[in-house]
Design a protein. Structure first.
Length: 267
């Protein structure tokens, strides 16, 4: 598999461009409102079906470790992090195991996901505090002191939220982040393979789709993300596409993956 980073979006093949151009019919407003209302229920059911087996443990990549090291002024400095949208802890627990000088706040929309985190044998209230939270409306200050967090991770979370409400998440996070500290962001980029696989009748809006299980996914452009963060007072440090091609040898398929990998700072 190859990987390249940069500011230019993936170029579609003529077949892909034609498929996307044809797919213009949006899901009805009635169904869209229902999906918004039932978003929490749909994610809860997702975790009920998949328990802790769906996502692989994400042992943090070198990039994120470098970022965390850079946040420290001296080697063993204790860091406070917030994992916004922690799921069942696939990022959280590997990180706590690998870095003993971290205290983590972690929250998720799904009460069931939060329960799975609490039941994990690695869960310890001395090292982390997990709580249920709808980042678009529940105030993080109820669980986390203002200006107290060194790093916030927002990894494959914002894409599940309606684009009209994304700014509310960033506003909420801003309150608990220390000045000069950063949000590490990674999520689906425009024309990722997952976007091209949606069947017609799944489109909710521009770059926004619904899966069969009722969970939703937005595919980010670099410009959209940049404007979103800057409008809430953040400064852009890094914001770029990561393009990969993964090869499924069994089916002899080459699959284009596109992510947006970014870092925004609270001044």
């Amino acid at each position: 598999a190859f990987q390249k980073k940069g500011h230019s979006a993936r170029i579609l093949s003529p077949e892909e461009a034609e498929k996307l151009a044809k797919d213009q019919v949006l899901v009805s407003e009635f169904k869209q409102l229902k999906l918004e209302k039932e978003a929490q229920k749909n994610w809860d059911l997702f975790y009920k079906r998949n328990s802790t087996n769906f996502f692989k443990d994400r042992h943090w990549t070198t990039r994120e470790f470098q970022e965390l090291k850079a946040c420290r002024e001296f080697a063993d400095q204790k860091l406070t992090i917030l994992e916004a949208g922690c799921g069942v802890g696939n990022c959280l627990f590997p990180l706590l195991e690998e870095d003993l000088n971290i205290f983590a706040y972690a929250c998720d929309f799904s009460p069931r996901a939060v329960e799975y985190v609490k039941q994990n044998p690695l869960y310890s209230t001395e090292r982390c505090k997990v709580f249920q939270c709808d980042l678009t409306k529940d105030d993080l200050l109820e669980n986390i002191p203002a200006d107290s967090v060194d790093v916030v991770t927002l990894i494959f979370v914002l894409s599940a939220i309606h684009p009209d409400k994304m700014h509310l998440v960033l506003k909420n996070i801003y309150k608990v982040l220390k000045p000069g500290k950063c949000v590490l962001f990674r999520d689906y980029g425009l024309y990722d393979h997952a976007m091209l696989r949606f069947k017609s009748g799944s489109k909710l809006g521009e770059n926004f789709y619904v899966r069969q299980d009722g969970t939703r996914s937005y595919f980010f452009t670099e410009e959209f993300l940049s404007q979103l963060f800057k409008a809430e007072g953040y400064e852009q440090v890094v914001n770029e596409y990561v393009q990969r091609e993964t090869v499924n040898r069994k089916e002899d398929l080459r699959v284009p993956r596109v992510f947006l990998q970014s870092k925004f700072q609270k001044p």
